[in-house]
Write a protein that binds this ligand. Structure first.
Ligand SMILES: [Zn+2]
Length: 455
């Protein structure tokens, strides 16, 4: 059995022209399962063949056009021809295109509005960037080579270069789409770290965040610290995209870092950010664990441990309910009994629990002292259905940074390389990479509902 795939073109004048693209042959029976239907190799040949034919026809039609001059409107004449080799999703094509000169004023017309030095179609660029955002450049190159006609695949260096270029185009201010206005927007900003390959640096600071509304509109943004990416501008754009107006109430959450506060202010978020409960809860969790690990040898220590465990719980309650000013009472009560553990030796494996407790207490005390004006009644907010922290951002971090760039990946990043990739990942997340490249991720990836944090 055999088939011929034939492409029939319909001209403007209604004329039909047909070309055979591919011949497919199969055995007369289905004894071999592998002979069922099309193969990948045939599909690649088919797509490459269709692409070649369609492009050739487009070139033929284009070649007889005579555009009018942009300057004086006189019809142009063909000046010369230029050969362009363009990589497309369905194989590389070479097209010979005329350039024109105006018969009136002598101006040169390109005849096409292609970007200078274009070597690939926008769609291929975006697909390369999208795949590179989701997997390593090397894997992305392999996937492309497996699924698309042979010369579509490219070396991973090419993919990296294209991804950077797509990222750089993304950073240009996009035409703001008029979103419906939002009454309230929650902005969160946080930092995380990735391994650096830059000289003299072990880690790079990555700042990420999101802007979201009660109605579920959401935009993420991020930038590697000390790059030319203007994070404040990205935040402003994110706010506009979810409908910020002059009357929108903005609530911000951070981990308390003054650098993040400055960025938010630059982005027009002037209210003091709230210290997010997630970060506070992590510190309290640590304190709870350390307290639980205290020795209860002898009645003195047993009683002291009971007091400490109890006070840590009360401290959590106080902070959750906006009674941060009373945190000092809990800390003082713990300090008053901690002497029962004095002289506790460190084990071979680790520091004595009482010393850990002391360190954790001091760290929490310093943290609270610096942040007292940024602690709120989290319990009341939570009961009112309002957000209490950047928990969503923790999920976003996982997703924007950790899955592709985290320490576990054993990759080291250049400042610029990490930043560019992050821009593409944000665009993929926001669904702004381009036509046909929809949002790949959904909010369901965020794992920390506020209840879980409060518990
Ligand atoms: Zn002219």
């Amino acid at each position: 059995m055999a088939w011929i795939v034939r492409l029939v073109s319909l001209g403007a004048d209604g004329a039909e022209h047909s070309t055979d693209v591919l011949r497919i042959a199969r055995p007369h029976d289905l004894t071999d399962l592998a002979s069922l239907g099309l193969t990948l190799a045939e599909s690649k040949r088919l797509l490459a063949g269709l692409q070649r034919e369609i492009v050739a026809a487009q070139v033929r039609v284009h070649a007889v056009r005579r555009p009018g001059c942009h300057g004086c409107g006189t019809a142009c004449r063909v000046k010369d021809h230029r050969q362009h080799t363009i990589a497309t999703l369905f194989g590389q094509v070479t097209v010979r295109l005329p350039r024109f000169r105006c018969a009136g004023c002598g101006m040169t017309e390109a005849g096409v509005a292609w970007p200078p030095y274009a070597r690939s179609t926008p769609e291929l660029d975006r697909l390369r960037a999208q795949l590179s955002a989701l997997m390593t450049y090397r894997t992305a190159a392999e996937v492309l080579a497996q699924l698309f006609p042979a010369d579509t695949g490219a070396a991973h260096e090419t993919l990296r270069r294209h991804t950077f270029r797509v990222a750089e185009r993304l950073s240009m201010p996009a035409a703001a789409e008029p979103a419906t206005s939002s009454e309230a927007i929650v902005v969160t900003l946080d930092s995380t770290f990735i391994r650096s390959c830059e000289a003299g640096e072990r880690h790079l600071e990555v700042r990420i965040g999101n802007a979201e509304t009660a109605t579920g509109r959401r935009q993420v943004f991020g930038a590697v610290a000390k790059t030319d990416t203007d994070l404040a501008a990205l935040i402003r754009r994110g706010l506009d995209a979810v409908g910020r107006t002059e009357t929108t109430v903005l609530t911000a959450f951070t981990d308390g870092c003054p650098g993040l506060r400055r960025i938010l202010r630059k982005a027009g978020v002037v209210e003091l950010p709230i210290l997010d409960w997630f970060h506070l809860a992590m510190r309290l969790q640590h304190l709870t664990q350390v307290a639980g690990g205290l020795s209860s040898d002898g009645p003195g220590r047993a009683a002291a441990k009971a007091v400490i465990v109890d006070e840590v719980e009360r401290l959590r309650w106080r902070l959750w309910n906006g009674k941060a000013t009373d945190a000092g009472i809990s800390l003082a009560r713990i300090r008053a009994v901690v002497h029962h553990f004095r002289g506790e030796p460190d084990s071979r494996r680790s520091v004595a629990p009482s010393r850990k407790l002391w360190t954790a207490l001091r760290a929490l005390n310093d943290y609270l002292t610096g942040q007292s004006d940024r602690l709120v009644d989290y319990g009341a907010r939570h009961r009112a259905g309002q957000r209490v922290g950047t928990a969503l951002t923790e999920g976003t971090a996982n997703f924007l940074v950790n899955r592709r760039m985290a320490k576990s990946q054993q990759m080291r990043w250049s400042r610029r390389g990490a930043d560019r990739l992050l821009q593409v990942r944000c665009a993929v997340y926001n669904g702004t990479l381009g036509t046909g490249f929809g949002q790949r991720f959904c909010a369901a990836n965020d794992q920390h509902p506020p209840e879980a944090i409060a518990a």
